[in-house]
Structure formats: C-alpha cells, structure tokens
Design a protein around this ligand. Structure first.
Ligand SMILES: *[C@@H]1O[C@H](CO)[C@@H](O)[C@H](O)[C@H]1NC(C)=O
Ligand SMILES: *[C@@H]1O[C@H](CO)[C@@H](O)[C@H](O)[C@H]1NC(C)=O
Ligand SMILES: *[C@@H]1O[C@H](CO)[C@@H](O)[C@H](O)[C@H]1NC(C)=O
Length: 624
C-alpha cells in the first residue's frame, strides 16, 4: 500500500477506535438513558469492531515497517511467494581481496598470494560415479578403524607440507573459511560484503567447501574413495571429541583442556561457565535440544536454513537457522581454547578451520541438513525454489587445481556430489520434551497473572499484538533480568482475509515467535533462552522442558574490514539489530495452549551476558 494512504487510514482508524471506546465506556448503563435495551448489543458490536480494527491496525503498522524497497542490485521484482527479489544472484567479486578483522577486531589476512580474480574459473560439473570413482562414505568418527586413521593423518600431513602458496596447502584450505566469514570479498556489482554465515548460504557453502577439501585429501594419497568422517555429537556414543582427533597426529593444541575426552559435549553450551551436568543428564539435555533444533523448531526451510540473504546492502539479513545457531556455534565455542582471546582456533570464524576437528564438526552439520530434508520429505526438491538462492555461486580450487564456480543448486544432493553418510540411530527423534509443569496447573497460575496479579510483573508486563503496536520502550529494553511479556496471537482467519493471500498449496502455516530488534552492545558474546508459558524456575529450566522455545546466541561477527568501512557492514557503527524467529506450533500444542488468545513469553539471559542485550519487542507471526 502507498505510504501516505496507509498513514491516512491509520489515523482514521485511530479516531474511530477512540470514539468507539468513548461510547462503550460512556454514561453508565445503570443511568438507563439513550441506549436503553439496545445497549448490550451495541456494546457487543462495538467491541467486535474494535477487536478487528486493532488487528487491522497491526497489519497496517506492519506494512509501514517494511524496509524501503530500493535495491542496489538492479530492479526489484517479486517472487511467487510475494517477497521482494533483487533478481541478481550473489557471488563474490574476486578481483580484490581485502585485509579484514577477526571477531575480536584484530587484523587478519586470509587472501591468496595471487588474486583468484586473475584465474580462469570453470563451471562446476558433477563427478562421475564409476568403479574407479565410487561413492565416498562418510562414517561416524568414533567408529573408524586404524587403517582409515593412518590414511587421514597421511593426507593431512601432505597438505601441511605443501608450499604455503599452493591452493591445496592445509592453511590455505583453512583460509577459505576465513575469506568468506570476515568479509575479504565484496559481492559482485555491489559494495556489500560477501559472507556465508547467519543466512541461507550457511549450509550450501559449507557443503561445497567440504566437498572440495575431501576430494583434495583423497587425491593427495591416491585414494578415490577417501571420505571425511563426521563427529556424531547428536548421538550419545559420539558426544565426546572423537579419538581420531585427540590422540594422534590430528590432535590439536588450541582447544579447551577441560573439554577433552571423556567430557561430554554441551550442545547448548553457555560460554564460558565450567558447570557440567552429570554425564547422563548432559546426554539427555543434548538429545532434547537436538529434537528442538531439528524437529519442533525447524518446521520451515527458513527456520532451519536461515534468513533469505539477497544481493546488495538492501538484501542484507541476519538470522541463522536453528542448527547454525546451536549446536553449530555452541560446539565451535565449546571446542576452542579458553586460553586464547577469541577461543581460537575453533571458537573464532577466522581460525576455525585450522583445527582438523572443524571438518568432522561440519560433516555432521552437513549430514544433519540431509537428515532434516528427509524428515521433512524434501529430499527430492530444493529447500527454497528461489533463483536468488539457487543461482548464488561460490568458488573453490578443485583437486585438479582448477578454480571452479559451484552454485547452490549444485549442492543440494550429496549422492550427485559422490558421497553419502553412514547412518546412525537418531536417538533425539524420541526425545520430545515434556512440559515442566502440567499444562492444566500452569494454566491456573497464568490465569492469575491475567487477572491482574502483576505484583511480580510490573516491570515486565507488556502486551504485544501482531505488529509493533505495543513494543517495549521506544529504546528497547535491557535484558539485565528476565523479561516476561504477554504476547497476543494474531487471528489467523482475519489475517488471511486482510492480506488476501490464498493458501492454495494447502501447506501448513507455522506459528512463529519473533523477538525483534535484538542488539548486543559491542557485538560481544551473548546468550538468552526463550520460554513460552513458563511457570517453573527459569534458572533451572532448559531444553528438557517443553516450555523451551529456543535460544539466541550472539557470536561476534567482527569482520570489519581495515579499509573503507562499508555501508551495511557490522563495523560501520552500532551492531545491527537482529531478529530471532522460533517455530512454536508443536510446542503450543504440547502445552495445550493452541486455543489461547495470548501466550506468556520469557526471555532469560544466560551466562551473565544480559546487561549487554537490548530487545525492542516480541510478536507472533505465521510463516508459510
Ligand atoms: C553484474 O552486472 C552486470 C552489468 O549490469 C551484469 O551483466 C551481470 O550479470 C551482473 N552480475 C551478477 C552476478 O549479477
Ligand atoms: C569488482 O571489483 C572491482 C574493484 O572494485 C570493480 O572495478 C569491478 O567493477 C567489480 N566487478 C563486479 C562484477 O562487480
Ligand atoms: C593432545 O593435545 C593436548 C593439548 O595440547 C594435550 O594436552 C594432550 O596430552 C594431547 N594428547 C595426546 C594423546 O597427545
């Protein structure tokens, strides 16, 4: 809708609302004048109209809030899903590689010795699977044998012995990750940075990286069947660091000493607290957390893969998918050394791939992408049918030292890429959490809150509707203590009518809790958990309670280039505001809250990081 028109309608509606409210609360019915017997009906009708007007207002305010629609990547068009598109696929401009900064603002330089922009780039072709090029089978790292370990160690040793300017050199391989996470390259046709974390590029870029790395390792030892192995941290048997990476040549010094075997990894790690649950408790927490990140919190591609990053600064977005946030980020941090300023190596993007364990960690992430697609029944189709995603391309040196351009559409099927995963049991599928407090008991307590028992809640009693009608303060609210807010659920049928959008495909909509305007002072490490209808102790509540809706983890994104700070770059001023989206349909069903008009949402800061976090508000949306 046109902005002026929108504002005019808004003002009219507001005037109407005030009037209606005045009539409803006007002369008391007991005085018996004007309205007589009709009064209850009138009141009823007005109340009804008012209710829908408020919702319509919400929608209008929402449409006003949309970012300006000018693009830097050519004319914007709209896709079949009605979302704006830039129409030019993302790629890195390889002609200039810039020095960049680490997450902690220290200069890093990951550029190749000679600019890749001067090399010939060929388009990717799938490898042939034949007897001499069999399918590579990636096995769980805790199950591999000595013969495999010897091969892998030899391949890495050769990689490390290559000259430092050789594209197959181990540290140049590691720098691939640094290049695309610290902003060494611009996007083509734009001054925006090309980065592959915190968006829908995360899974495909890492798949392509591992694909080429694995084939190079195989080539170096003359083994066409060589495959990486995966750190199966989602299974109880695989939760400790695999022996392959801790006992022999692939042992690495830059790791947290207190997390070496036999320590069970903490998939929802709260840096940097030493607390550890007893082993069996930690296993149960991990499984429940996996269930949440893979199943109940990830019912839509955008929730699992991350936000839709498009070309140009206007297409920027910042919203990792469930698994990228955690366990991906959390396990990186958990492994990295507490003795280093940025928990290098694994704990910082620029240095992470220097630890061989990186590749096993990411092989598991890659495997979980495939597992998720199969759970969703999406294995035979692209996760997003969107050319802005499918046509985005990355470049890597292949095993023949050829620079190759691979598109996201080439990265969707591991079998076509010549590898597969040996399956292990998905124990977390059976770890659907139960409510910490039986829903009928919780309901009683929550009703009392509704009835005005706000003594405990004065600071936090905030309502929000579909759009930002009542957000927190204009300046947002610090999370120095838990915030609990009552959040109204939008009226689905009304929204559908108002927005006039057919649901012809019949696909289920997911109810999504949106915590918006999240800002972390200094872009430091920060974490908070989100709960729905929580009445149990928030300090001890966690992923094993059904009330747990998800977690927000800020990993510093650093990436400020030393030269020419760019518009839209994290370094160009205050850290950007981030939106957290959490799928809650299944959770609401399990909490028996599916019919309620509103839910109570608690934001619980963790690890003493709350004072750095501010939040603008909370709302509920539906996602197709
Ligand atoms: C960059 O812009 C040029 C000229 O407008 C266009 O031909 C080219 O396709 C664009 N490249 C990408 C990847 O968008
Ligand atoms: C790549 O960057 C160079 C240097 O900034 C610029 O001259 C060139 O136009 C860019 N190419 C594209 C396709 O964006
Ligand atoms: C692996 O490296 C760590 C850190 O340097 C060290 O403490 C440990 O003893 C090493 N393990 C083996 C088996 O070499």
């Amino acid at each position: 809708m046109q902005r002026p028109l929108c504002v005019a309608v808004l003002v009219l509606l507001l005037v109407f609302l005030l009037g209606a409210n005045w009539i409803r609360s006007g002369p008391d019915a007991s005085t018996g004048d004007i309205t007589g017997d009709n009064r209850p009906v009138l009141r009823q009708t007005l109340a009804w109209i008012e209710h829908y007007t408020v919702l319509l207002l919400g929608v209008l305010v929402g449409s006003l809030e949309q970012p300006p629609t000018h693009g830097s990547g050519g004319p914007r068009t709209r896709g079949t899903d009605g979302e704006p598109r830039h129409g030019s696929p993302l790629a890195a401009n390889l002609s200039i590689c810039y020095p960049s900064l680490s997450d902690g603002d220290r200069p890093v330089y990951c550029c190749p010795p000679r600019p890749d922009g001067a090399q010939t780039v060929v388009d990717f072709e799938y490898p042939a699977n034949t007897d001499s090029f069999p399918l590579r089978i990636r096995r769980p790292a805790h199950l591999v044998d000595d013969v495999y370990i010897a091969k892998y160690e030899r391949a890495v040793a050769i990689m490390k012995s290559l000259p430092s300017d050789h594209p197959h050199n181990f540290f140049r391989q590691a720098n691939n990750h640094c290049l695309y996470c610290t902003g060494s390259y611009n996007q083509v046709n734009s001054t925006a940075l090309f980065k592959i974390h915190r968006s829908w590029l995360f899974f495909p870029w890492h798949r392509a990286f591992l694909y080429f790395h694995e084939r190079i390792l195989g080539r170096l030892i003359g083994d066409n069947a060589f495959a990486l192995s995966y750190w199966n941290w989602d299974a109880p048997e695989g939760m400790v660091m695999p022996g392959l990476y801790t006992t022999g040549a692939l042992n690495h010094t830059e790791r947290d000493e207190s997390h070496l075997p036999p320590q069970i990894s903490d998939l929802n790690y709260e840096c940097c607290v030493p607390v550890q649950e007893p082993a069996e408790e930690q296993v149960a927490t991990n499984l429940a957390f996996m269930y949440h990140q893979m199943v109940s919190g990830a019912k839509k591609p955008e929730l699992f893969l991350g936000c839709k990053l498009r070309s140009g600064t206007a297409g920027a977005c910042d919203g990792p998918g469930t698994v990228e946030s955690a366990p991906h980020n959390t396990v990186h941090t958990w492994v990295g050394s507490e003795r280093n300023p940025e928990r290098e190596d694994m704990g910082a993007f620029y240095s992470a791939a220097r630890d061989p364990l990186f590749f096993a960690h990411h092989a598991n992430i890659d495997r979980l992408w495939q597992v998720w697609k199969e759970l969703m029944g999406l294995q035979d189709q692209p996760d997003f049918d969107d050319p802005d995603w499918l046509e985005t391309s990355f470049t890597f040196y292949d095993e023949n030292l050829q620079l190759v351009r691979i598109k996201v559409r080439d990265c969707l099927d591991p079998t076509k890429l010549g590898y597969t995963y040996e399956e292990t049991a998905l124990r977390w599928l059976d770890a659907r959490p139960k409510p910490a407090v039986p829903p009928e008991v919780a309901r009683g307590i929550l009703m009392k809150r509704n009835d005005g028992d706000t003594s405990r809640l004065t600071r936090t009693h905030v309502e929000s509707v579909y759009a930002t009608l009542e957000a927190f303060d204009p300046a947002g609210r610090a999370l120095d203590a838990t915030i609990t807010a009552k959040v109204r659920r939008p009226d689905r049928s009304l929204l559908q009518q108002t927005l006039g959008e057919g649901r012809a495909d019949g696909s289920e909509e997911e109810e999504v809790l949106v915590v918006y305007g999240i800002q972390v002072e200094g872009d430091k490490y920060a974490k908070f958990d989100v709960f729905v209808n929580l009445v149990a102790n928030e300090e001890t509540a966690g992923p094993r309670s059904r009330e747990f809706a998800g977690t927000f983890v800020n990993v510093p994104r650093g990436a400020r280039r030393t030269e020419a700070k760019q518009e839209g770059d994290a370094g160009a001023g205050a850290p950007p505001k981030v939106t957290l989206k959490l799928g809650i349909s299944e959770l609401l069903q399990d909490l028996e809250a599916g019919e309620d008009d509103s839910v109570w949402v608690s934001l619980v800061p963790r690890g003493g990081s709350g004072a750095r976090i501010t939040v603008d508000g909370i709302r509920i949306e539906y996602m197709r």
